[in-house]
Design a protein around this ligand. Sequence first.
Ligand SMILES: Cc1cc2nc3c(=O)[nH]c(=O)nc-3n(C[C@H](O)[C@H](O)[C@H](O)COP(=O)(O)OP(=O)(O)OC[C@H]3O[C@@H](n4cnc5c(N)ncnc54)[C@H](O)[C@@H]3O)c2cc1C
Length: 401
Amino acid sequence: MVETADIVVVGGGCIGAAIALHLAEKQAGKIILLEKKSLANGASGKGIGIIRTHYTHPVLAELAQLSLQSFHNFAERYGGYDSGFNPSGYYILVGEDDIQTLSSVVKLHQSMGIDVDFIDLDAVHSAIPALNLNDVAIAAYEPNSGYGSPPQTTIAFAKRAADLGVDVRTATPVKEIKLDAEGRIERVITPSGEIATRTVIDCVGPWARQFTEHLGLNFPVDTVVEHVVVVERPPEFSQPHPVVSDLVNLCYSRSDANLPYTRIGNSNPQRHADFLLEDADDFHGQLFPDITEELTQKLLHRYPILETGKIIEKYSGIWAITPDYQPIIDRIEPVPGLYCAVGFSGHGYKLSPIIGDLVSQFILGETNPLVEKLKMFRLSRFAENDRIKSEFSYSQAKGLR
Ligand SMILES: Cc1cc2nc3c(=O)[nH]c(=O)nc-3n(C[C@H](O)[C@H](O)[C@H](O)COP(=O)(O)OP(=O)(O)OC[C@H]3O[C@@H](n4cnc5c(N)ncnc54)[C@H](O)[C@@H]3O)c2cc1C
């Protein structure tokens, strides 16, 4: 007998797990979450986990602010599970060219009720004496932001979803979505059997292009390798430090909670084209030449004291980018019953709680002003030449920082 489900969520990253959980909270029927390998096998397994509200676009800032509130109340909100959230604080540093942009963004955020303010460079220096600020013009500070653990959060979402009745299956790749004679979804095919369903939520992240190719769909989602260097801080700099978003040097860094380690990643969009993969399955943890050395040099520039630190690890993960670096969240009209939430690039983790909530509402046909805002992420924006843009842009970081 063919198994049935009301909704099949495909992809066990933070986005798929969050959507499955929020659907279960809303009692959306029998939900099966299918993950081809293990939970957090993709981007969510390697993310550095920065959680901040700093976005030049007001809708992204609003979503980030709502998610941040969920991270602050995570265990209470999600059945006692821990996301690994550490509200370490978040500094954003800019050079002369970006004074106006940072000023405009901070003012915008303050008008939205976000807890952020400019901070004197002497105060930044007092908070993190190891920071070299000689090329920084101004800084802002978000006291409530910080970082969490993307794999831990993904597992927390999945466990809570399972508690609420979601059937979470790992090692179960969806090989194909079969349609009926009218072109509606009829079932999904996995190596361990078929599941009859009318609704599939595509949350396969960097695998988005390949996943629905057999349905004649073409998702503009590319796979980029993102690198991280981990350095052990010397004893004289052993205290954890807040997250630092360095828009002068185009990198970000944060410390670990329990070990004297600092992690650094790239935020130079110009480099992404160098790290593209044809297919997400081509990723095997490879490091592209030069970038880890470049990151190490950026780290030493910003924290000269780390010259005496020890490189502990260099690693990479993949993320899914779209032409405007923003996700595609939509109902895919040519295939009735198919929804997607893919292409979250470098910010899917921090947005995952609110995306889980809003996408579940969208799928269940609920409407309210926030759900309406998801229209901004529709797939057709690329064909309509209506990419998501912001009124403000940083000189080098570009995009929608
Ligand atoms: C190094 C690095 C640093 C990052 N830093 C940050 C940060 O500081 N802050 C932030 O917010 N974000 C950050 N990100 C981005 C963030 O991790 C991603 O945006 C987010 O994890 C995307 O989640 P996802 O669920 O959409 O995709 P993924 O986590 O990639 O999940 C997709 C899942 O789908 C599964 N899958 C694929 N095909 C199938 C199939 N056919 N059947 C079943 N399952 C399938 C995959 O195995 C995978 O587990 C970072 C990412 C990386 C790599």
